[in-house]
Design a protein. Sequence first.
Length: 157
Amino acid sequence: MTRFIALSIALMLVAAGAPALATGASEPTDSPQINVAKTPTCGCCTAWVEHLQASGFEVRAFDVNHAQLNDIKAGFDIDPGLASCHTAVVDGYFIEGHVHADEIRRLLSERPDAAGLTVPGMPIGSPGMEMGSQQDAYETLLVDGNGETQVYRRHNQ
C-alpha cells in the first residue's frame, strides 16, 4: 500500500469515531500535531505520548484495536521487523515506536526524503520504556520509501 492509503486509513479511523484521547496540551506549540494510533491497554504507549507532550508536541492519541493498528502499519509498508507497539503520523512522516522527541524535531527540521523513523521493538530506556537505570543499546532508524534503513541515531552504545 502507499503512504496515501495509510493516511486514508488513519483518517477513516478518526472519522469512524476512534476516540481521541485528551492530550493535556493547553497552549498552541510551534510543532505540528502528531497523531498516534495505539491500543488502549498499552502503558508504554501512553508514557511515550506523555514524553512527546512534555517536549512541547501537540499530540492526538487514538485508541484502536490490534487489527486496526496492524492495518495502519501495513499502510505505511512498515516491515514487521521494524515495528513496535504504536504508530504515529507527523507532517507526512510515520514515527514507529519509542522514537525520542528530539529525533522527531530533527526529522522535521531536516526534511529528508524518507518515509519515517522507527525504533524497532521496545528497548528498555527508550522514551516510554524507562526502567530505572537500566538502558538497552538501541538505534533509531531512518526508513526510506523503499523500506531501506540507515542509522539515524545510536543510543546507550
